[in-house]
Design a protein around this ligand. Structure first.
Ligand SMILES: C[S@@+](CC[C@H](N)C(=O)[O-])C[C@H]1O[C@@H](n2cnc3c(N)ncnc32)[C@H](O)[C@@H]1O
Length: 127
């Protein structure tokens, strides 16, 4: 938080930025028009976090699935920037409008074009 506030001051963005730290599940995703993800869940697999190896994969897939569901529920026009992705797929309705490589990793801008709220998932092929 200290570093973020110092950076905002340096860039003269103090009036247009606020920072808070917390779990993504307690944030109202609809209160943002833009979101940024920098490979957020890698630490679950590779970090020092105190979870047993056996649960890391299920924690990772759970976080990715929650993120995909939140993204699918956001309003048309929402911008999402990813750097190295977030481990999942951008839901239907997002258009990749810009991408460039930085240090061999992809920085991408996605813009939500149409709402997928209430759209039922296609039935899965049993075969
Ligand atoms: C690779 S770091 C990015 C660091 C920094 N934001 C940047 O852009 O340079 C990934 C970030 O995702 C955050 N993160 C991971 N899981 C999260 C969750 N469930 N809720 C909120 N933040 C999370 C981590 O705390 C970490 O700050």
């Amino acid at each position: 938080m200290e570093a973020a506030n110092a950076a905002a001051k340096l860039l003269d963005l103090e009036r247009s930025t606020t920072f808070s730290a917390g779990e993504m599940e307690v944030v109202d995703w609809h209160s943002f028009d833009s979101l940024y993800f920098y490979n957020p869940f890698a630490a679950i697999l590779f970090g020092e976090a105190p979870f047993a190896k056996a649960v890391r994969w299920s924690m990772l897939t759970d976080q990715i699935a929650r993120t995909e569901a939140h993204l699918a529920d956001l309003s048309v026009g929402t911008r999402v920037v990813t750097y190295e992705g977030f481990g999942g797929d951008m839901p239907d309705g997002y258009l990749l409008t810009h991408a460039e490589m930085i240090d061999d990793r992809r920085l991408a801008l996605w813009v939500k074009q149409r709402s997928t709220r209430g759209v039922r998932p296609k039935p899965t092929d049993p075969f």
